[in-house]
Design a protein around this ligand. Structure first.
Ligand code: CA
Ligand code: CA
Length: 157
């Protein structure tokens, strides 16, 4: 909707100032909204509330099912940190994406997932890592608070 709105505005006015003004609104409300596919929340929240945030924006927590996406510019050059759409809440050790598909390829950080005895760590966070972009996932307590990394499809200029 943001991109379509932006396109409409460009067609309507053709003015660069309005284009910039519209961009700044996006940055205030969603911190980062890139090409309409990946965006991040402005405030940290639990995994469930973060997922709700993404869904209310017409998307969901991001799913990273390939090496290509794991090392993608959008996730790495913007140095993102936050919840991704992955959990093992329904069955310990059985990691599942929010679209209910089972995980095939994983990019866990060293020693992760560790699910310590004293706490249940059932939700996954992407922690940007400069020197090791293939080892960025960590399991955390779902009730801990992180930003959301959301994803949605939309027609975009
Ligand atoms: Ca777990
Ligand atoms: Ca952990």
């Amino acid at each position: 909707a943001v991109c379509l709105g932006l396109l409409g505005l460009v067609l309507y006015t053709g003015l660069a100032e309005d284009l910039l003004a519209n961009y700044s609104i996006v940055f205030i409300t969603e911190k980062f909204e890139f090409n309409c596919r990946i965006f991040q929340s402005a405030t940290e929240d639990t995994w469930n509330m973060s997922r709700k945030y993404c869904r209310e924006k017409g998307g969901d927590l991001v799913m990273i099912k390939s090496k290509k996406k794991q090392v993608s510019t959008v996730l790495n050059e913007m140095r993102l940190n936050g919840w991704i759409g992955l959990s093992d809440e329904s069955e310990e050790g059985k990691w599942t994406w929010v679209d209910t598909t089972k995980v095939n390829t994983t990019f866990w950080g060293k020693g992760q997932p560790d699910n310590p005895v004293e706490v249940d760590e059932d939700c996954a966070v992407f922690h940007f890592k400069d020197n090791d972009p293939l080892s960025t996932w960590h399991d955390h307590e779902c009730s801990s608070k992180h930003l959301a990394i959301c994803e949605k499809s939309c027609v975009c200029v």
